[in-house]
Design a protein around this ligand. Sequence first.
Ligand SMILES: NC(=O)c1ccc[n+]([C@@H]2O[C@H](COP(=O)([O-])OP(=O)(O)OC[C@H]3O[C@@H](n4cnc5c(N)ncnc54)[C@H](OP(=O)(O)O)[C@@H]3O)[C@@H](O)[C@H]2O)c1
Length: 266
Amino acid sequence: MTILDLFRLDDRVAVVTGSGQGIGRAIAWALADAGADVVLNARRLTDLEVTAAGVQDRSRRALIMEGDIRDFSEQLAERTLAEFGRIDIWVNNVGGSDDKNVHRLDDTPDEIFRSQLELNLTSAFQGCKAAAKRMAEGGAIVNITSGAGTRGSPFTGPYAAAKAALINMTQTLALELADRGIRANAVSPGPVITEAYREILGIEDKLEELIATIPLGRAGTPDDVAAMVLFLCSPASSWITGEHHLVAGGRTHRSYQYRPKEGGVG
Ligand SMILES: NC(=O)c1ccc[n+]([C@@H]2O[C@H](COP(=O)([O-])OP(=O)(O)OC[C@H]3O[C@@H](n4cnc5c(N)ncnc54)[C@H](OP(=O)(O)O)[C@@H]3O)[C@@H](O)[C@H]2O)c1
């Protein structure tokens, strides 16, 4: 036995929402690399099939459950139990923005605010509930939050508010679940160039501007985030709960003045 064995997840069962691409797919593959079977969720089946093939290439079982995660967590959890008999790990990774327009907070339609909260906060709340009541001692929940939730975030106000609330909810959950030996942590990525980032921010022409804001001098990769999630799901982090972990190249600690422009990379 070496300390590296503490990072293994052999025969554990993990659920990863939003695992059809991007960060969620990298998390699913990382957990499978460590020995877990993985239940995959997103709306597009073709993407999920690619993720599932990657899990199987790692000699682990993959179960696809496509569907919109909003009001779907109970079904996801029940099917996981029926197929695998246990839930050890649950990663609430779905999130982002379906609003293609740029709004100041005082100009944001109520329905956009509500829908951002539903996608980024309520769906994770439902996931936490569905997971926690079915987990045994040793269970681990990880909520994917955002650096945007740690400070004022012009032009992404509803998203940032939802992620900030999710960080706080993770802390409460951790305290309430500690006596059952279940841990909950939040992971906040900085800018990771995924489909979401490309689509929403049209990032290609702003990449240089973006990288100039990151002390470590590059954008993040999905694996940067997946490595942290793997640690938090594994026995290597068995004394860590209720924490908020930034994976952001030092970006959220920059001390220089930065004034985001409308449509810029805040
Ligand atoms: N990329 C970044 O720079 C960054 C920074 C900070 C935080 N984050 C957070 O990291 C997480 C993942 O981001 P990402 O960049 O990897 O996103 P992404 O590339 O857009 O991938 C999101 C995944 O979630 C699925 N999804 C979206 N809405 C869903 C819904 N309602 N129900 C079920 N599945 C849904 C998508 O597939 P379908 O469309 O097929 O459903 C896709 O597989 C999000 O919570 C995001 O807020 C990302």
